[in-house]
Design a protein around this ligand. Sequence first.
Ligand code: ATP
Length: 191
Amino acid sequence: MQRIGLFGGSFDPVHLGHLLVAQAALEEVGLERLFFIPAAQSPFKPGTVPTPAAERLRLLRLALAGQNRCEIDEQELQRGGISYTIETLRDYARRFPGVQLFYLIGADHVPSLTKWRAADELAGLAEFLVIPRPGQPQTEFPSPFRGRALKGFPLGVSASEIRARVKAGLPIDHLVVPAVAEAIHKYRLYS
Ligand code: ATP
């Protein structure tokens, strides 16, 4: 059975933490395809205005150039408004019948999965892959959710830290791929 992974997030900007998650998911789960799905507006970050979609997409394209199992899905950006995972998963279930779907989430989201929109339906549509992040404890999946933890390459980098470093004039060269660092400087993002 074909295995497809979905990786949602703000990607503001995409960084090496995200790319190592992708590598771990591809290798450990044997995914054939992994879709990066930038959110229009994350339900977990109310009140924050993300960088315009065109800029976040530009950086994602640069970061994923040549990674042929990784693709970008713009559906949440095109729908606009708050991006609910259930709407995206329904779309994949419809477009890829008979495929095994995996959804990547940070460990901090596991205990509250039952509060996500249409939680029971969501739990039936995908297996959840928990991303290791330094300092985050492993927790059990609340019923009826199922999934497993990735071993990965835990790296303590976040997009907010990168934005803060750019603002402070600090280097980000070892936290994002070189083309992304160049574009951030060239287009004066986050400064
Ligand atoms: P911000 O700092 O702006 O909140 P973020 O770096 O956490 O952003 P998002 O784009 O919101 O990144 O995250 C997308 C997904 O990637 C989330 O599930 C998040 O938990 C995960 N993620 C982000 N950074 C890392 C990292 N360093 N290691 C593992 N997972 C990460």
